[in-house]
Design a protein. Structure first.
Length: 301
């Protein structure tokens, strides 16, 4: 496993102020790994590698990862949320909060009214369908905050498209688009591996943010996945967020861990990250304490 240049971002909310690149070997643990509390086996480092970036390491195993003289730095702690797809749709719906159910129902009704009385959700599964999905979703993705602020829009390169088609040929991909008056306003793309449906690429048109098209589409996707009756879990992957908390049925405590060679540059990088992350945590506490959430949200935009 070779090292690649990965950005270590200094972020305020979704906005990246700047980033420092390091040559890191990325060790990404799956949801199954996290639930089983597995300790990853780290490959040998090349001479020009700065270290490892380990994602979704179970909190319980933080002390079990051999640092081997490397600088260990926990970049973030979070719950890796997921949905149990074996319970049945009605049981899942009942497990959601009353506020979530009523909110989604109200917003779905508004979107349906704008589309002639029924939600216009289009589903994609076969290679031809997935190819058609990508052609539409890539244009929608360019409008989203994931693309504009995080550089995380739907990939457009030929390798990604071919990977989508290969998965679809193996019946291991699902995708959805939500339309309003023949205009696509939200998309969701999910690969499937060993019974786990992964929340890989999602986005919505910011002009429709007030009616939460992404949440409405999420619920329609869950209805479909439960109806298929052959999947184990829906994995919201790394990181937290209101959307994930709102729809999840469970989660596992994880951390993203950096292990860096003890060079002067890497020590300075860790010190800067630690100071920045600590400052942001204090600022967030102050915002929560003073009740300035609405102001902070406007600033982030």
């Amino acid at each position: 496993m070779s090292a690649t240049r990965l950005p270590l971002r200094f972020q305020v909310g979704a906005r990246t102020l700047f980033a420092v690149e390091r040559r890191l070997v990325r060790v990404a643990l799956s949801l199954d790994d996290a639930l089983a509390a597995r300790v990853p086996t780290l490959p040998a480092l090349d001479r020009d590698a700065d270290g490892y970036a380990i994602t979704s390491l179970p909190i319980a195993q933080l002390g079990a990862v051999a640092a081997g003289g490397l600088i260990a730095f926990v970049r973030q702690r979070y719950t890796r949320y997921f949905i149990d797809l074996t319970t049945g749709y009605e049981a899942y719906l009942a497990a959601l909060s009353a506020d979530t159910r009523s909110g989604i129902k109200r917003k779905a009704k508004k979107l349906a009214q704008a589309s002639g009385g029924a939600l216009d959700v289009r589903r994609f599964r076969t290679p031809a369908e997935i190819e058609a999905f990508h052609a539409v979703a890539r244009d929608l993705s360019r409008k989203t905050y994931q693309a504009k602020l995080l550089g995380g829009g739907l990939p457009e390169d030929a390798r990604f498209v071919q990977a989508m088609l290969t998965l679809a040929a193996a019946d291991a991909a699902r995708a959805w688009l939500l339309y309003v008056e023949e205009q696509p306003v939200a998309y969701l793309y999910c690969p499937i591996e060993h019974g786990t449906v992964r929340y890989d690429h999602v986005g919505h048109d910011p002009d429709f943010a007030d009616v939460s098209p992404g949440s409405v589409l999420q619920m329609e996707a869950m209805r479909d996945l439960f109806a298929e009756g052959c999947h184990r879990r829906f994995d919201f992957t790394e990181g937290e967020g209101q959307h994930k908390r709102q729809f999840a049925t469970d989660g596992v405590a994880c951390a993203d861990l950096l292990l860096l060679r003890p060079t002067l540059v890497n020590r300075a990088t860790v010190a800067a990250l630690s100071a920045f992350d600590g400052g942001m945590a204090q600022a967030k506490q102050a915002v929560n304490r003073l009740g300035l959430h609405a102001i902070a949200k406007r600033i982030r935009r």
